[in-house]
Design a protein around this ligand. Structure first.
Ligand SMILES: [Mn+2]
Length: 396
């Protein structure tokens, strides 16, 4: 592509000024040239061609060449992600699936459990094997793999019941992730917690491997979905300019970003909308003294509104729309435990709360955990957190 565009010609009497790609590559460090964008301007009869490296270089070159070696060496590849997969987990898994398939690799995806219905539109979704449903098949796939990509999670416990089958596989493991504190279970760790999503990180990895041209429309759709869902349609954790350069590259690959938004984030059932309305009107509690909000849904609430997996996705963010609310908690009663999600604005760190009180963790503004006990027990603990925070505040 580079050489095509840079072939000198002077039709219509134009003078063509160009940079030869080979000379440019020698002048710059080779790793800087993995992602090349070309712009062409014509002013009167002079055509200027600029070769620009547009996204900032953040990835460690050694890790990229290590990954390059692994990909050259191995053909039987398995991709996996965290339990209760979200748009980023599935988007990155399928994005990588499309890329590696186009390179002629034999690729499988095994997820610890089922994918959310809202992602059914993604190309390739039917290829995914849910370990919870097809356990023996999942074990076999993992055992036969030569190379396993672990996407969008930091520690092996995040694959839940699949942990043993994953850790006992003799395959080389590559972790590509943006969560804090990556574990050491993988042979190659590509972890950048400053990234907005694993999909953003994966786009960068693909470019640095020199595979930008291999990104097809399906791959681009999956990567965009992960970038969009992990930032709430670019409403948080999304202030870096690079993100939008990447989006423009994905649009050039033919994606319809507006359609993806409608399908992934603005499609609902009547029951779900009624559950959301009930949760906000009846169940949302605001604790002004602690700048906090809580929504807790019991099993009977869920049954009443015919709850389906994914129905309460992003409900935890709703109370943050109130300027005085700095952090928001959502609790949902599952079989035998309470699932807990926390979100916050600004400096308020909710990962610390999840680590200290709810056996979990995550990012500063988005974290989760679990409470083994009754809903009443979970709420009692929550009240203790409110008191502790208030005390800290009063002592300042
Ligand atoms: Mn993610």
């Amino acid at each position: 592509m580079v050489n095509d565009i840079l072939t000198p010609h002077n039709k219509n009497g134009c003078i063509l000024l160009y940079f030869d790609a080979k000379i440019l590559k020698n002048k710059l460090k080779p790793h800087l040239c993995r992602q090349i964008f070309i712009m062409k301007y014509q002013i009167r009869n002079i055509i200027f061609i600029f070769v620009l490296i547009m996204i900032s270089q953040i990835l460690n070159e050694e890790k990229i060449s290590e990954l390059h070696k692994l990909l050259t060496h191995y053909d039987k590849i398995v991709i996996t992600c965290h339990v209760s997969p979200d748009g980023d987990a599935i988007g990155s898994s399928l994005g990588l699936y499309h890329l590696l398939s186009s390179l002629g690799k034999s690729v499988s995806i095994v997820t610890p459990d089922a994918t959310p219905k809202s992602l059914n539109f993604l190309p390739g979704i039917k290829e995914i094997v849910a370990y919870s449903k097809y356990t023996d098949f999942g074990i076999q796939i993992l055992a036969n793999a030569e190379l396993i990509f672990c996407l969008d999670f930091n520690v092996i416990s995040r694959v839940d019941k699949m942990s043993d089958a994953l850790s006992s596989s003799k395959a080389k493991k590559v972790l590509i992730d943006h969560h804090l504190s990556p574990g050491d279970f993988a042979d190659l760790v590509i972890s950048y917690p400053t990234m907005s999503s694993t999909c953003e990180l994966l786009f960068r990895v693909i470019c640095r491997l020199g595979l930008y041209n291999e990104i097809n429309k399906s791959c681009a759709e999956c990567l965009y979905t992960g970038m969009m869902t992990d930032t709430g349609n670019f409403s948080y954790n999304s202030n870096r300019a690079d993100i939008y350069i990447i989006i423009s590259e994905l649009i050039k690959k033919g994606i319809d970003k507006d359609k993806i938004y409608t399908l992934a984030m603005n499609t609902s059932t009547e029951e779900r909308l009624r559950l959301l309305g009930y949760s906000i009107y009846e169940k949302m509690k605001i604790f002004s003294d602690s700048s906090a909000a809580l929504i807790a849904l019991s099993q009977s609430d869920l049954v009443r509104f015919e709850y389906k997996k994914g129905d309460t996705e992003s409900l935890v963010n709703v109370p943050l729309g109130i300027p005085e609310v700095k952090w928001s908690t959502f609790m949902r009663e599952e079989d035998g435990y309470i699932k807990i999600s926390l979100r916050s604005k600004g400096d308020f760190a909710v990962n610390k709360i999840c680590e200290d009180y709810f056996n979990g963790g995550g990012h500063r503004n988005a974290a989760g955990g679990e409470f083994y006990g009754t809903m009443k027990g979970a709420i009692d603990k929550y009240v203790k957190i409110l008191e502790a925070i208030k005390e800290q505040h009063d002592n300042k």
